[in-house]
Design a binder for this molecule. Structure first.
Ligand code: ADP
Ligand code: MG
Length: 237
């Protein structure tokens, strides 16, 4: 409707897809728990950034998303906050073990930044986050993963390595994030990404974020996302 259109335009947001949830204006509009609201204000986040305004209600509704927005726009919280909600919504006792949320990023540095952000929002919920990228010895990493976690933040190569070593299974994974998908392709990770996606149940929720959408990334998105909503913020895309 008119009001939503004007609001979206003021945020420089473009969306495509059917039944797109309305953008939010405040974090309260997301219906986050008191705990999560506390963690958000502890970060000094007063209001959602444009990509968060539109991505949060989409992802919280369980939809797949293609998020196209430049660096520094606040994409991390746009996928980490709904991931916390998704994990807290799981039944307490589950037969399966292994991560529920799986985040892939192109480089160790980027994965580490996400790891740090994810930990800030997970701590008060008793959610365990494991980092799966170079820097820690493979043996220590293996042991940590064996002990269990709800979220892994990984570079694709090391993640495949740990799956192959049976450090965990993907049986419980239902929330997959591919962050900076274009850079992962630039770095030649397409086969690894396809392998990882192939090991996660098809009824998962899938989120793909990218600064640009080259044809190869577009093709992957068509193959692995289900009825995604596409959100573009700003000039690019
Ligand atoms: P991107 O992944 O889009 O490059 P980040 O998620 O790394 O962006 O966020 C960029 C910076 O903005 C980070 O320092 C992050 O802590 C901060 N940030 C994210 N969301 C908000 C918000 N709602 N309010 C204020 N700062 C925010
Ligand atoms: Mg980012």
């Amino acid at each position: 409707d008119q009001e939503v259109n004007e609001y979206s335009t003021s945020l420089a947001i473009r969306v495509s897809g059917f039944d797109v949830p309305r953008p939010i204006k405040t974090f309260e509009d997301s219906g986050f728990s008191v705990e999560l609201m506390k963690a958000i204000s502890k970060q000094g986040y007063e209001k959602p950034t444009p990509i968060q305004c539109q991505a949060l209600p989409i992802v919280l509704s369980g939809r797949d998303i293609i998020g196209i927005a430049k660096t520094g726009s606040g994409k991390t919280a746009a996928f980490v906050l709904p991931m916390i909600v998704h994990i807290m919504d799981q039944p307490e006792l589950q037969k399966e073990e292994g991560p529920i949320g799986v985040i892939c990023a192109p480089t160790r540095e980027l994965a580490h930044q996400i790891f740090v952000e994810a930990k800030k929002f997970s701590k008060s919920h008793g959610i365990r986050v494991s980092a799966v990228y170079g820097g820690m010895s493979k043996l220590d990493q293996y042991k940590e993963l064996k002990a269990g976690c709800e979220i892994v933040v990984a570079t694709p190569g090391r993640l495949i390595d740990m799956i192959r070593k049976k450090a965990f299974t993907m049986l419980r994974a239902t929330y997959l994030v591919l962050d900076e998908a274009d850079r992962m392709f630039d770095l030649g990770f397409e086969p690894q990404i396809r392998s990882i996606v192939g090991q996660i149940r098809p009824d998962r929720q899938t989120l793909l974020f990218s600064a640009t959408m080259p044809r190869k990334v577009e093709k992957l998105a068509r193959e692995i996302l289900t009825d995604p909503v596409r959100v573009t913020v700003g000039e690019i895309g």
